[in-house]
Design a protein around this ligand. Sequence first.
Ligand SMILES: Nc1ncnc2c1ncn2[C@@H]1O[C@H](COP(=O)(O)OP(=O)(O)OP(=O)(O)O)[C@@H](O)[C@H]1O
Ligand SMILES: [Mg+2]
Length: 394
Amino acid sequence: MQYFGIAMPSEKPSALSIGLMSGTSADGVDGVLLEIHDQARPELHATCSQHYSDSTKKKIRKTAKRKIRDASEAAELDMQLAGICAGVVNRLIEHSGPARIAVVGCHGQTVHHSPNSKPPFSLQIGNAEELARLTNLPVVSNFRSADIQAGGQGAPLAPAFHQAVFASPRENRSVINIGGISNITCLPADPVLDVTGFDTGPGNTLIDNWCRTHFGCAFDKDGEIAKTGEVQLDLLNILLDDKYLKLETPKSTGLEYFNMKWVKEKLGLWDGYGQCSDADILATLTEFTATSIADALNALTPGVSRGFLCGGGAHNPLLVSMLARRTDFGLEPTTTLGIDPQWVEAAAFAWMAYRTVQGLTSTLPSVTGASRPVIAGTLHAPPAASRVCSTAQS
Ligand SMILES: Nc1ncnc2c1ncn2[C@@H]1O[C@H](COP(=O)(O)OP(=O)(O)OP(=O)(O)O)[C@@H](O)[C@H]1O
Ligand SMILES: [Mg+2]
């Protein structure tokens, strides 16, 4: 099989694919090397993370808040992120050699997610053409656009992967990904029932933002700061009285909505502000995050029998214990299903990219609300393959 002049290993029993994820927390790039089999579950062969420097994080936040001087700043960041992604790919291929890699799936850094605007769009940066050049590998990027063009939210996209690797005919499972934004997937045991999923609201983003602005740290490690505060119930109720949380599915959200402006507006509605500590507010934001996820989980049909946690929030024991208190089913990390919480999203994009080059769909209209499943992403051929392609056409 040939795709853009690249020989695809469809005749082989398995293929290697690399997935790169840099989520809304903008903490760095997570990468995995995944072996995808025809019949069996994919296997994780290698993993690698590259944290962003503080200056890169600042540039991402500035771009997302549209506070950049001009387009050249965004373009420079686009190329810089491609370089960081290439570093992760090059470390991953030390495990296999480049020859065996079928494709790289690079999600890119979301700087604006706006599926309900006119026209709707979701913008990820991290120049895929440059990544293909730097790694000399085919790269699939821009995973969300085709679903949005088909009338969907373009998010969340991982549920199709969750279905492929985590579903069980014996129990209704839920996958709970607590990244910057939190999303859940409902995997019914009954194969006749649709897989559902949506963004529940904030994951770590409000906690991270509050920590950065009031405690000078990037996140609340192990929930240690929030543990010193007291949850403010009146404020919690104000936070929970929110229009996104009440929206019907399909729905997705981003940092355009759940941000410090949102927190300040809510604090403005509370007469206790000024009489409590910054740690009290952090504790309340953590409880709010857990409650919004738990409420979404408890409303799922069919009811969940087991919940599997992934994303960085799975490492916050306070957040997890608050979530456990508000749900009546067992919660465990995805490690028990064979993938450590940190790598699930990156593995999802390795899987999706491989399906893309095979011409297979990888989105679920029951999740995103699109009119049909789509082949997600755009393929960028490496320079050598592009030359083969243009020679063949001329
Ligand atoms: N030990 C820890 N204690 C508390 N929070 C943690 C810990 N480790 C990670 N985190 C949280 O996880 C976040 C990073 O999570 P993750 O990488 O899953 O988010 P993301 O990049 O937005 O991902 P995605 O959008 O793909 O779901 C950090 O910003 C931090 O808030
Ligand atoms: Mg991350």
